[in-house]
Design a protein around this ligand. Sequence first.
Ligand code: PEP
Ligand code: MG
Length: 585
Amino acid sequence: MTFSIHGLAVARGIAIGRAVLVASSRVDVAHYFIKPDQVASEIERLRKARDEVVDELQRLQKDMPKDAPHELVALLDVHLMLLQDVELTSGVRLWIEERLYNAEWALTSQLEIIARQFDEMEDPYLRERKADMEQVAERVLHCLKGTSSLVTQAKRPARPQQELQLGDTMDVPLVLVAHDLSPADMLQFKQSVFAGFVTDVGGKTSHTAIVARSLDIPAVVGARSASQLVKQDDWVIIDGDAGVVIVDPSPIILADYGFKQRQGDLERERLARLRHTPAITLDGQKIELLANIEMPEDTEAAINAGAVGVGLFRSEFLFMGRQGNLPGEDEQYEAYRRAVDGMNGLPVTIRTVDVGADKPLDEARHDAAHLNPALGLRAIRWSLADPSMFLTQLRAILRAAAHGKVNLLIPMLAHGSEIRQTIALIDQARQDLDRRGVAYGPVHLGAMIEIPAAALSLRLFLKYFDFLSIGTNDLIQYTLAIDRADESVAHLYDPLHPAVLRLVADTIAECVRQGKGVSVCGEMAGDVTMTRLLLGLGLRSFSMHPSQVLSIKHQVLRSDTAKLALWAQEVLASDEPATLMPATR
Ligand code: PEP
Ligand code: MG
């Protein structure tokens, strides 16, 4: 029966496909398709892994001391029995044979189905056996690691939507449904097989949502219990524009969304024609449209979108998911240099590492011990707490600056003392390189304005920095005391709150007055409903995901900044700015 789930719209477009449920703890399991002629060897790989676990458990059983607790002996028996469980083994085979899933993916898919059956059991003893099943599967996954046939990884081409039929099992797009995905998990899916994402948790500007947007595929976050309500293999429509997930759609609904999807494709094609058009307003103002990237390879998307530079390289993604082995100077230098080379002489703004809060380095280091991670050791605070790590990054960035135009951007500053320490460390990084005789280049130095205290101390900031970049995602979070990653307060996360607009407007105005560069690199810059207001407030530089550049250019080309300036002042003076905002198309 058709039903819908409401969440937050984070990445545009419509995706229609079958649900793949992934437990958050298992997103790092490889997901890829095998070729039909590899089915037998994949099943063999799985059999070997299972036999290995059986051997291991039997050995454990044999070596068990005579006086071992009875429960432990019984537990090993249960585990051995579960390994032979027909539902598990035959189910996993089916995913491999019929869907061409790799063994790990097949195992976790079947595990999701069995886990649900356990959850529904009345008997508490049997319900608890779910944990045993998971432990057994974990052991098999462990044995599969290292024997993966990832080399054969193939992205399965999605069949055109109009050919979709309910009941099809092969060659249909897949959509990922999970309780939660960390930003690093999302990044793993960059080259993935999934046509869309749904998560139970997350706010509109949570980093998970931001990465989903950068993937440019439809996504809904904050869909509460979606991962409970959607079953493995259900047909699902993700409406990334409305923030709605429709489960088990009727053929009429399916046809309706298929139509919307094609409309969206046409709209994209129309926008693609603007790629080489300069972003100039009707009254002749030149507007700089820059790209936000997470990885050096993203520069390709930036160039393809017609961005005139990178306004924000979120360098922290180089640091994530590495079990604490942070990248060294040379590795970072190579990565920054690849970004600089990728932009062919256009400027690249590299932001120093901003981990913490909803961007843990990896799951193990997710510091739940801090009561308020968003107010804790994050971004520049984290860097200043570990000067040798920070110096490594600064040297790598300065070295990359020898190969092209590089701006160095510092996140989350609030205090004069932090500014001075940062500048001293940049000087020290230069001296280190001088001493080693290593080449480096000049950088423009910028600060992010993302804490209200910073927006209220502009004179201090402009004394030290060449340019400012307004991080509206955090500026809104900290001005309104709304956790940007918490869907339960997402309705209060308001870019049009008069206080937020005042801080943004004053920052732009003060930079313009002092002849310093200013841009917005938070999600507000890529929001078409905000473009005219920001232009009216005097903003001339916007940095956003590559996928949003053309839509924003479309707005710019139709805008007259002289007229917008008068209206923007009215919006700024209003107690209810939202009531003065026109609908944008
Ligand atoms: C911001 O806060 O607006 C910003 C661009 O930084 P991030 O989203 O990475 O915190
Ligand atoms: Mg920020």
